[in-house]
Design a protein around this ligand. Structure first.
Ligand code: AR6
Length: 179
């Protein structure tokens, strides 16, 4: 299953699977602000990268919600991991959408600063952090497509959706922004 949208020099594509298998220049981790690991995709990335990843994240002093920090990828195929911290969903908080958009935006900025050309994202905040997938997918795809319109360095932005339901929601959201 795949769905794609080309924007200038950047291909945005959706795939279903395990992000730890990706050979993009970087994979993005849905981390927490400690950057010391956790469950979900964070746990899977730390397991696949090996203990050197935690050794490096311990030196970073954490990361604020809506921000992102880069490390090496160690045993992963991806050379780098960009650790992004999405918000815990609170329906009454008007800032959660901005913080989620910022997690994607900052990840891409960090990728550009490090000369990278391909980045794979999970669905940030829609697991343990409880963000409704329909809302999160629209924010994620709008943020990365706006980014694609204003830069030409990143050639591939891939979303690796773990479960079929999340994949379908992103697929629908991508269709809505496609010409
Ligand atoms: N590859 C791709 N996606 C995955 C994988 C994988 N291997 N494993 C899970 N997902 P979550 P959050 C999906 O909970 O909501 C952690 O404990 C999952 O199905 O990983 O941002 C952190 O340390 C869901 O669609 O991240 C934080 O404390 C998506 O990844 C907290 O969870 C995100 O789910 C962050 O919560």
């Amino acid at each position: 299953m795949t769905n794609q949208l080309q924007i200038h020099d950047t291909l945005i594509d959706l795939t279903q699977g395990d992000i730890t298998d990706q050979d993009t220049d970087a994979i993005v981790n849905a981390a927490n602000s400690s950057l010391l690991g956790g469950g979900g995709v964070d746990g899977a990335i730390h397991r696949a990268a090996g203990p050197d990843l935690l050794r490096e994240t311990r030196t970073l002093g954490g990361c604020q919600t809506g921000d992102a920090k880069i490390t090496k990828g160690y045993r992963l195929k991806a050379r780098y991991v960009i650790h992004a911290v999405g918000p815990i969903y609170r329906p009454s908080d008007p800032n959660v959408a901005n913080l989620l958009a910022s997690a994607y935006q900052r990840s891409l900025e960090v990728a550009v600063e490090n000369g990278l050309e391909s980045v794979a994202f999970p669905s940030i905040s829609t697991g343990a952090y409880g963000y409704p997938v329909e809302k999160a997918a629209a924010i994620a795809l709008k943020t990365v497509s706006d980014f694609a319109r204003v830069q030409d360095q990143i050639k591939l932005i891939r979303f690796v959706l773990f479960d079929p339901l999340t994949w379908r929601v992103y697929d629908q959201a991508l269709r809505q922004i496609s010409p």
